[in-house]
Design a protein around this ligand. Structure first.
Ligand SMILES: [Zn+2]
Ligand SMILES: [Zn+2]
Length: 165
């Protein structure tokens, strides 16, 4: 979405609101199996003493796959985006500064760039997810499997000796 800033650019105190769904073009992200609610951005561009500041809240809802136990779960996405919009960007590598296209800003670019830079690369169903047993594949969050916990090899040797006696 292109936001018209003609009424904001040269008027300190003025602001323009927006509420839109960025065009993600079927972009895919690691660990996300499906989208329940697509990305939605709500925010404003304010002229604060001559500086154009963009403030937005981006939300979405996905189904994710846990990187450890492969269970699918729902994950709410929330991102605060703060950026400055300028006619010229002095330093191209300066993040959070976006260039105006005349009197407009390409909101898709600002929002999608922020999403890509901030989205998690892997998801866990919980911080202390126990994952899957490397041997039998059982989900260890449901309880221990019959293989038992991976044994210290020295202990295994000892047990073997005891069993043989
Ligand atoms: Zn998990
Ligand atoms: Zn096992």
């Amino acid at each position: 979405m292109r936001l018209d800033l003609r009424e904001v650019i040269n008027i300190p105190g003025a602001q323009a609101d927006f509420d839109f769904m960025p065009e993600m073009n079927d972009m895919e992200f690691e660990g996300i199996s499906s989208v329940i609610e697509p990305f939605h951005a709500v925010g404003t561009v304010k002229n604060k003493a001559g500086v154009l500041e963009l403030d937005a809240l981006v939300t979405a809802r996905f189904r994710c796959v846990c990187a450890r136990c492969l269970t699918e779960f729902e994950h709410p996405f929330k991102l605060d985006v703060r950026a400055v919009l300028a006619e010229d960007v002095q330093d191209e590598y300066e993040s959070d500064i976006y260039t105006l296209e005349g009197d407009y800003i390409d909101l898709d670019e600002v929002i999608i760039t922020s999403i890509v830079l901030n989205i998690e690369q892997r998801y866990l169903c919980s911080e202390d997810c126990r994952g899957l047993c490397g041997r039998c594949g059982k989900n260890l969050n449901d309880g221990p499997c019959d293989c038992g916990v991976e044994k210290d090899p020295r202990l295994a040797v000892l047990e073997q000796l005891l069993e043989n006696n």
